[in-house]
Design a protein around this ligand. Structure first.
Ligand code: PMP
Length: 401
């Protein structure tokens, strides 16, 4: 007998796939499911710049005493300066968080607390966030766990394979001033479909005119169009609206995944609001995980603080990005040769694309071709070696048939 009476949670379908792939003995198996970068040999090596920074830290780090809930300031300033430029960075409050997920959670907690404080009649509202679907599978669980009210809308026009600005505008018509709006800053997960420059301009104006607060999730900077280009939408939003939150992840672009490196940046309309928001975020962190882990952020701070290391890191990141772009082009061409209209894949950004395959086709690819993809048809382009592109395209052609 136990005092616990919890029903078991269903297994995470993506994590189950990892196990199934590991146990699959077939030669030539292809894993397109998990969201990590892989090189041509299917490896996710530690970046050279990271190895060098780690060696330096081991040799030189003077102490490991506590840093406090805001974490490593050199790190948050370095990331903000690199991503948004020093003028914008100066306007931002910042805290280091356990990954982009941690940043999203602290942002959600802050929105909930802010809504309670804004409410005129007791806790009339818990705070609301608008989420365009499809989206990363953890967004809704994180926001729901924090107690945010979630409103969803269809963000992607699957017919045209473009961001659906009309659907976005219609959803925003329903939003109340002060509501938060989740936006993926670049390299949309799971579709790879980002708004174009004109659409971003319209999105920013809509948010400004309706007094809405963007929560910008920036988890793939440097893996789409380029390090500067991938931050343009976030910069535009920062320049257009008074209040904004940015959940930043360094886990993909520095290859630090398990080190859990991220940051939450807060822009507020005035200085007093910014200071208050920052102190509330610190207070929420204190009651949650107290303070973030050191190592990964110290690595990033070391890299960004040293011109030679930063340039080595940038070159490695560019090589990763170039591999994704080339794989996209090769897959689109191979699919075209098989009579499939998948050219849009070549024009999308980042690690992911979502294929409109029914569950039976996804199961067929796994069972009969040893090709693994997420249950929603999401594929990680980095999981595809150039030498596997033709085989994948011909297996796809049979599945689409
Ligand atoms: N946002 C998006 C869109 C993601 O895809 C991910 C990682 N898969 C994250 C945030 C969070 O990543 P992490 O917590 O590892 O930094």
């Amino acid at each position: 007998m136990s005092n616990f009476s919890l029903p078991a949670c269903p297994a995470d379908p993506l994590l189950s796939l990892i196990g199934a792939f590991r146990e699959d003995a077939r030669p030539g198996k292809i894993d397109l499911s998990v969201g990590v970068f892989r090189d041509e040999n299917g490896q996710t090596p530690v970046m050279h710049a990271v190895k060098q920074a780690e060696a330096r830290l081991v040799a030189q780090q003077p102490t490991k005493t506590y840093l406090g809930p805001l974490g490593n300031v050199e790190f948050t300033q370095g990331v903000a300066g690199m991503a948004f430029g020093s003028a914008r960075a100066r306007r931002l409050a910042a805290l280091q968080t356990p990954g982009g997920t941690g940043a999203l959670r602290v942002a959600a907690d802050l929105l909930v607390r802010n809504a309670a404080s804004r409410a005129r009649t007791g806790s009339e509202r818990h705070g609301r966030i608008w989420v365009g679907l499809p989206t990363w599978s953890n967004h809704v669980p994180v926001f729901a766990a924090a107690g945010l009210e979630i409103r969803s809308y269809r963000a992607i026009d699957t017919e045209t394979q473009r961001f659906d600005l009309d659907a976005f505008g219609a959803a925003m018509e329903q939003a109340d001033p002060g509501d938060a709006v989740l936006l993926q800053g670049c390299c949309h997960n799971p579709t790879g479909i980002d708004p174009d420059d004109g659409q971003w301009a319209r999105i920013a104006e809509l948010l400004r005119d309706k007094d809405l607060v963007p929560l910008i999730d920036l988890a793939y900077q440097g893996l789409g169009r380029g390090i500067e280009e991938d931050a343009l939408a976030a910069c535009l939003l920062l320049d257009t609206v008074p209040d904004a939150l940015i959940a930043y992840s360094c886990n993909k672009n520095f290859g630090l995944y398990r080190e859990r490196v991220g940051a939450l940046f807060i822009q507020a309309g005035d200085e007093a609001a910014r200071v208050a928001a920052s102190s509330n975020a610190a207070d929420l962190v204190r009651a949650n995980y107290s303070m973030p882990p050191d190592h990964g952020a110290a690595v990033v701070a070391t890299i960004l603080g040293d011109a030679a290391l930063a340039s080595a890191w940038y070159d490695e990141l560019e090589a990763m990005r170039t591999r994704l772009v080339a794989t996209r082009r090769a897959l689109a061409d191979a699919a075209c040769a098989q009579g499939l209209a998948l050219d849009s894949i070549a024009h999308q950004q980042g690690m992911f694309a979502q294929l409109a395959l029914p569950p039976e086709a996804i199961a067929d690819l796994r069972e009969n071709h040893a090709i693994y993809m997420a249950p929603d048809g999401r594929i990680n382009l980095a999981g595809l070696a150039m030498s596997d592109v033709e085989r994948f395209a011909s297996a796809l052609a049979r599945s689409f048939a």
